[in-house]
Write a protein that binds this ligand. Structure first.
Ligand SMILES: Cc1cc2nc3c(=O)[nH]c(=O)nc-3n(C[C@H](O)[C@H](O)[C@H](O)COP(=O)(O)O)c2cc1C
Ligand SMILES: [Mn+2]
Length: 491
């Protein structure tokens, strides 16, 4: 069941005893991070800090920080169940590319009813803060060497000045003063493309920032949807209830009516960039200062009793690890639409998603593993994958021990490791220069004729079924408990 608001989600988690209210006075400078970091790494509850130094507003954090809560936000009992729904949906519409499918959605009567729709009721505009002052919000300074406080869950809403299509992305915002922030849309992201288009037209770019509301909105804003697909439409589809929109007061954009805070403003593309950072980032390292556009606030509005939704990032696992796992699970049915040979995909949390993709494929022809690597390097944000490991369909990519065993046995490094170059994640600090670098593909599959292997490939060791059954029947009498699975037992 879809939540209507952030407050609804908080109540639902409280009911399931998976949210803790903290009444103790805490400092938004580092203290909330230290608490949230310990809690998320222990698989603990969502937190609502009701007494935050220097602000009247409570802070909600770690809402996404467990599989159960992430699934509940998606309206499902588990991520597997949510993925099955996506799979069922993919199968109900005629075959087409994923992008075509999504673009077709609004035209299908069944899905048209989930399109964002205008409303007059705007809780997010209950209160207009005059004068607008970002320093009144409980914005976290996450880590000791951060360049200042950062809004970490802003839903940054912009429109393509040519097509008029909306985009929503999470791009962190560093607070410079009461009405000025950084706008950290990395060069590969859709917000940055919109900015580039405004720059070419020498036009001021309206930008609306929504915070809070139904947490599914924040998740869809993080999800790597194709450029041109409206995140709010996808949110409506996933929650089976359209997102209600209201016009902003000072700029020509709409925002989700039920969100908690709205920061309206603009980016002037003729203005010089400004240094942003440092920031303790997803990778577990600080991202150093880099120049980014500046956002100017024209209005701040909020609900009567708003909650400030935020997160911290840092050395994994963190809250966003579960958001990423949800992306991984829900993307798989969409990827298999284009790549039927794809059996499973693991983007390990420890590798920060972009550093490693492990894919299991049903290999059908020589060079197939290489074809999969090249396809993934050309698919959406999977292009950032620094390392791709391909294993056979009978290997579980989520089992690191199994992957290591298979891959290290199966590779001849010179034959099976492929190097190439391309764009890398903006957060990659190891590439010799920012944004471009090399990539490695490891073909850990068993080699078949035509794959430069000039002798027989050895079979796996497996006990024969007759012996296994005889020992099963004997087992209880051997006094050997627990019954450990013999190696070679099929999964
Ligand atoms: C907590 C969090 C913070 C993020 N911060 C940024 C950021 O500062 N800049 C950025 O470009 N992407 C950031 N991202 C990733 C983007 O939100 C993500 O790549 C998204 O798919 C971009 O949407 P777009 O394709 O519509 O541009 C962040 C993600 C999360 C979960
Ligand atoms: Mn997008």
């Amino acid at each position: 069941m879809a939540f209507n608001s952030l407050h609804d989600a908080i109540c639902a988690f409280e009911e399931r005893r998976t949210l803790v209210r903290i009444r103790e006075l805490v400092d938004p400078r580092c203290e909330i991070t230290e608490i949230a970091d310990r809690v998320v790494k222990a698989g603990g509850p969502a937190l609502l800090f009701e007494n935050v130094k220097g602000s009247d507003f409570p802070v909600a954090i770690n809402l996404f920080g467990s599989e159960a809560r992430m699934a509940q936000i998606l309206g499902a009992d588990s991520l597997a169940a949510a993925a099955r729904e996506v799979e069922a949906f993919v199968k109900t519409t005629p075959p087409s590319s994923f992008l075509e499918k999504l673009q077709m959605l609004p035209k299908l009567a069944k899905f048209g009813s989930y399109m964002p729709r205008p409303t007059k009721h705007a809780p997010c505009q209950d209160v207009r803060m005059t004068p607008p002052d970002l320093t009144r919000l409980p914005i976290l300074t996450c880590w000791p060497d951060d360049g200042g406080p950062f809004i970490t869950f802003p839903m940054v809403i912009t429109k393509d000045p040519v097509s008029g299509l909306r985009n929503v992305g999470i791009y962190r915002m560093q607070i410079y003063d009461r009405t000025t922030t950084g706008m950290h849309w990395q060069i590969h992201k859709v917000g940055a493309r919109h900015y580039q288009y405004y720059k070419e037209r020498r036009e001021r770019m309206p930008v609306a920032v929504a915070i809070g509301g139904d947490p599914i909105l924040t998740w869809t804003a993080c999800a790597p949807l194709p450029d041109g697909v409206d995140e709010l439409m996808i949110a409506g589809l996933l929650r089976r209830k359209p997102v209600d929109l209201v016009p902003c007061l000072t700029i020509p954009l709409e925002v989700p009516a039920e969100c908690d805070f709205v920061i309206e403003g603009y980016v002037d593309p003729t203005e010089p960039l400004r240094d942003e950072g440092p920031f303790g980032d997803h990778t577990g390292y600080y991202t150093l200062q880099e120049p980014y556009p500046v956002f100017h606030v024209t209005a701040i509005t909020h609900r009567r009793h708003p909650l400030y939704l935020t997160t911290i990032v840092g050395r994994p696992p963190m809250e966003d690890g579960w958001m990423g796992k949800a992306v991984e699970r829900l993307s798989l049915p969409l990827l298999t639409m284009q790549l039927p040979e794809l059996v499973d995909l693991n983007l390990p949390v420890e590798a920060c998603f972009h550093n490693l993709a492990i894919v299991a494929i049903k290999k059908l022809y020589p060079g197939h593993a290489h074809k999969i690597m090249h396809t993934l390097w050309g698919t959406g944000q999977l292009m950032f994958s620094k390392t791709i490991i391909v294993v056979d369909h009978d290997v579980n990519p989520h089992n690191a021990a199994e992957v290591l065993w298979r891959v290290t046995n199966n590779i001849d490094p010179r034959r099976d490791v492929l190097f190439t170059d391309g764009p890398v994640d903006a957060l990659d600090h190891a590439a010799p220069q920012a944004l471009v670098g090399s990539k490695m593909g490891i073909d850990g599959t068993r080699k078949i004729p035509g794959e430069a292997h000039y002798r027989p490939w050895p079979p796996d060791i497996m006990m024969d079924v007759g012996t296994r059954h005889r020992i099963d029947a004997l087992w209880d009498r051997l006094g050997l408990t627990p019954a450990t699975a013999a190696h070679g037992a099929p999964r």
